[in-house]
Design a protein around this ligand. Structure first.
Ligand code: NAP
Length: 333
C-alpha cells in the first residue's frame, strides 16, 4: 500500500497532534459566512440525521426537532430511548427512529427501502455517522470498517436514495450535509491502487486513515454536486463541513491509559455538541444556503476544500472506483 503521508510531518497523524491541531484551529479567526437565527424554522420539512444517538448527531437532531421538522433518526444504537429523549426535550412528537449499521451493505439497503416506503420523502439529509476505531476490523462484506462507515456507506446510501426517489426536491432543492473534517487536507495523495482493499492497521495509523477517508468523503461531496447539478439547474445542494473539535464520544476507542487526559482536554478546549451543531444546522436550515449547488464550511466560515478534493479528475476516479467496488460486492453470492 502506498503510504499516503510519505513526506511530511502531519497535523492529524496521531491522537496527540490531532488534538493540538483541533484546539489551534478553534482560535483561527475567519469571517463567519452567516448566522443561524431562531426564525430559521424547519416546519413542514422532513430531516434525516444519521449517527444521531450520540455527540454531534444527537445535538443536531435536537436542534432540528426544536425548529419544527419531522425528524428521522437513523441510528445503530439508542432506539427508542434517544428518540424519546429528543421528543421530550424539544416538545416535538414528530420523531421516528430507524435502525442502521453503516458497516453493513444489507443494513444500508434496508434503510434506503424503509425511507422510500415509509419515512420519506426527505428534504434535508445530514450524514454524520463516523468512527475512529482502535484497529482495523472487517465488515460483513469484507471491507475495512472505517473506510465503510466514514466514506463508502455514504456513497452507497446517497446513490440508493437518489435511485429510489427518496429526496423531496420540491419546492426547493433537497439539501445533503456531509460532516467531514479539516483533516481531509492531510494526505499527500490518493491511494487509488489500495482502494477498498482490506489491510490490517492499529491505533497508530487510525488517525492518519481517518483524514484519508475524510478526503474521500470531501472529494465525493463535490463530485456528487457536479453530477446532480450537471446542466446548471440546481437539483440538490451538497454541503460539507468540518464542525471543529467536538466534545463528543469520538475518542471512545482511544487506549484506556489516555482516556482521562483526552476527556479532560476535550471538556476544556473542545466545543460542546450543541455549539458544534450550529454550522451543521445553518447549512441545513438557513435561507442563505437555498439553491446553492455546493459549499464547504469550517465552523461558520466558508472555505475552499483541498485542491485534491476539488479536482474533477480525482472526483471521477473516486466515483468510478466506488461504483466498481459496489458492483463487485453485489455480485458476490
Ligand atoms: N469530535 C470531533 O472532534 C470531530 C471533528 C471533526 C469531525 N467530526 C465528525 O463528526 C461526526 C460525528 O462524530 P462525533 O464527534 O459526534 O462522535 P460520536 O459521539 O462518537 O458519534 C458518532 C455517531 O456515529 C454513529 N456510528 C458509528 N458507527 C456507526 C455504524 N456502523 N452505523 C451507524 N452509526 C454509526 C455512532 O453510533 P453509536 O452511538 O451506536 O456508536 C454515533 O451516533 C463524525 O463524522 C466525525 O468524523 C468529529
Amino acid at each position: 500500500m502506498t503510504n499516503i503521508n510519505d513526506h511530511k510531518t502531519k497535523k492529524y497523524n496521531n491522537p496527540f497532534t490531532a488534538t493540538l491541531t483541533g484546539i489551534r484551529d478553534l482560535f483561527r479567526k475567519l469571517p463567519p459566512a452567516g448566522t443561524l437565527k431562531p426564525e430559521n424554522r424547519l416546519d413542514g420539512k422532513t430531516v434525516l440525521v444519521d449517527g444521531s444517538s450520540s455527540g454531534l448527531g444527537f445535538a443536531v437532531a435536537l436542534d432540528v426537532a426544536r425548529r419544527g421538522a419531522r425528524l428521522v433518526m437513523a441510528c445503530r444504537s439508542g432506539i427508542p430511548g434517544k428518540g424519546e429523549l429528543i421528543k421530550k426535550l424539544s416538545g416535538n412528537p414528530r420523531v421516528t427512529m430507524l435502525p442502521v449499521d453503516f458497516s453493513d451493505l444489507e443494513s444500508i439497503e434496508k434503510l434506503a427501502r424503509q425511507i422510500r416506503d415509509e419515512a420519506g420523502p426527505i428534504d434535508i439529509y445530514i450524514s454524520n455517522a463516523g468512527i475512529v476505531p482502535k484497529k482495523s476490523r472487517k465488515t460483513p462484506q469484507g471491507l475495512e470498517e472505517m473506510f465503510m462507515v466514514n466514506y463508502f456507506s455514504k456513497f452507497v446510501f446517497i446513490n440508493l436514495m437518489i435511485e429510489y426517489g427518496c429526496f423531496a426536491c420540491k419546492p426547493e432543492p433537497s439539501r445533503i450535509v456531509l460532516v467531514s473534517s479539516e483533516s481531509h487536507r492531510n494526505p499527500d495523495k490518493f491511494d487509488w491502487d489500495g482502494f477498498g482493499i482490506y489491510r490490517d492497521y492499529s491505533i497508530g495509523k487510525s488517525i492518519e486513515l481517518y483524514g484519508y477517508y475524510k478526503l474521500l468523503l470531501t472529494t465525493f461531496s463535490v463530485e456528487l454536486s457536479r453530477r446532480i447539478n450537471a446542466d446548471e439547474a440546481v437539483r440538490g445542494s451538497v454541503f460539507a463541513l468540518c464542525p471543529g473539535p467536538v466534545n463528543s464520544n469520538i475518542a471512545r476507542e482511544a487506549p484506556l491509559i489516555f482516556q482521562p487526559l483526552l476527556k479532560l482536554v476535550f471538556s476544556i478546549f473542545f466545543r460542546s455538541p450543541a455549539r458544534a451543531a450550529i454550522p451543521v444546522v445553518y447549512l441545513a436550515a438557513s435561507p442563505d444556503q437555498k439553491g446553492k449547488p455546493y459549499d464547504y464550511f469550517f465552523l461558520m466560515s466558508r472555505k475552499e476544500i483541498d485542491e485534491k478534493a476539488s479536482n474533477p479528475g480525482n472526483g471521477k476516479k473516486l466515483w468510478d472506483l466506488s461504483q466498481a467496488l459496489l458492483e463487485k460486492l453485489r455480485q458476490k453470492p
